[in-house]
Design a protein around this ligand. Structure first.
Ligand SMILES: Nc1ncnc2c1ncn2[C@@H]1O[C@H](COP(=O)(O)OP(=O)(O)OP(=O)(O)O)[C@@H](O)[C@H]1O
Length: 246
């Protein structure tokens, strides 16, 4: 799914150089469930932005499904992002003046489908997160957990290949956190997604399949738990090798 080679990201602020990502390599296999933790300011969000094509590395290449995000035009990356990459944010990022359904539907606008098709997919997505009966509610009329469910429906409605979640439960209490992680995990399992999630919460990392640690701008990935063949979907063991050969 992802192959990062020699990737670094530098920022310049007030005449100072900030090395948010130091030169690193990584492979994230198709169908992986990777939870990334690490101290604050060590590059986790920056890494997610590179994986999502929201930003470009200073050096190195980010390959997504055989395509080098770093060398594609802005419009080509925007197209990939719109069709194949779902984002979930800590602060939900819903548009306050739009209903739950309208917020979800916004993700389909760039995909050029009929209004009827958009509305049908929107309702299916809201139903899949248990919020069909809240379709007309504004974000301010929903609880934090419900708002995050809308955020997840918005990310899933386009049927992405990857879900990138940045502290998706950071603003929620523990019970709601567990519900949201259950939902993300079910989506990963049922839809065969690749799930990459950043969190400060060790109890979430224990549920993931792979544990990533981001320290001083470098990611190391290790197995968090053995794969359970009864409940975990298959991954394509050659995905990394294929990306390497491409
Ligand atoms: N747009 C930017 N301009 C300048 N510096 C930036 C920018 N984005 C991030 N940084 C800096 O890069 C470093 C890594 O930031 P990043 O947000 O990736 O860390 P993080 O691990 O996600 O932190 P947290 O856990 O607090 O969210 C920090 O020193 C941050 O100040």
């Amino acid at each position: 799914m992802y192959q990062l080679t020699g990737v670094s990201k530098e920022f310049h602020k007030n005449g100072k150089l900030i090395e948010a990502i130091r030169p690193m390599d990584a492979v994230i296999e198709d169908g992986a469930w990777l939870a990334i933790q690490g101290p604050t300011g060590h590059g986790k969000t920056t890494l997610l932005q590179l994986l999502g094509g929201l930003d470009r590395p200073t050096h190195g290449t980010v390959e997504f499904d055989g395509r080098q995000l770093s060398s594609l035009s802005e419009s080509a990356v925007t197209k990939i992002r719109a069709a194949e990459i779902g984002f979930v944010f800590q602060t939900f990022n819903l548009i306050p003046t739009l209903s739950a359904a309208e917020n979800v539907e916004t993700a389909l606008v760039p995909l050029k489908m009929s209004g009827a098709n958009r509305r049908e997919r929107t309702m299916n997505a809201l139903e899949s997160v248990g919020l069909a009966d809240r379709a007309r509610h504004l974000p301010s009329e929903l609880s934090g957990g419900q708002q995050q469910r809308v955020g997840i429906a918005r990310a899933l409605v386009k049927e992405p290949r990857v879900l990138l979640a940045d502290e998706p439960t950071g603003n929620l209490d523990e019970d709601t956190r567990d519900e949201i992680i259950d939902l993300l995990e079910a989506s990963w399992r049922e839809r065969g997604l690749t799930l990459v999630l950043v969190t400060h919460d060790s109890s979430i990392v224990k549920r993931a399949w792979l544990r990533g640690v981001m320290r001083k701008g470098r990611l190391t990935i290790s197995e968090a738990r053995p794969r359970n063949p009864d409940t975990d979907p298959d991954v394509d063991p050659d995905a990394g090798a294929e990306a390497e050969a491409a």
